[in-house]
Each structure stands twice: as C-alpha cells, then as structure tokens.
Design a protein. Sequence first.
Length: 72
Amino acid sequence: MKKKFKIEVDCANCAAKMEEAVKKVPGVTDATVSFMTQKLAVEADDERFDAIMGEVVKACKKVEPDCEIHLK
C-alpha cells in the first residue's frame, strides 16, 4: 500500500535525513520526503500499515523533534 501525508519539515537537509530514516523502518518498502511540497509518501506492508506508520513518526521525530505528520 502506498499513501501520501502532509508533513511539516523545516529544511531540505532534514527531509533527506527523514527519508533515510523512514526507509530503514521494518516493513517500509519505499519512502520519499519532499521539502518543497511538504509531502511524505510511504509504501509499506498493507496488513501492518498503521503500526508501521507509528514507527515512521518516531523515526521522523528523532531527526526533527518538532516535525508534524498529518496522518488523517
């Protein structure tokens, strides 16, 4: 399953670091974080998607603690 989310990220460098961190989350097959469009695209296992997104949020917060990901 692939979904896109609005993300609030402060700089392009942080977006690149977040993308790397998200790709390392178990169950994620692909991910992109765009600073220009403020979008996060995640492709992950359908059955565990919500649990995986919880880990994605944690990974992003480690890079930039004040980032916001709008999951709804």
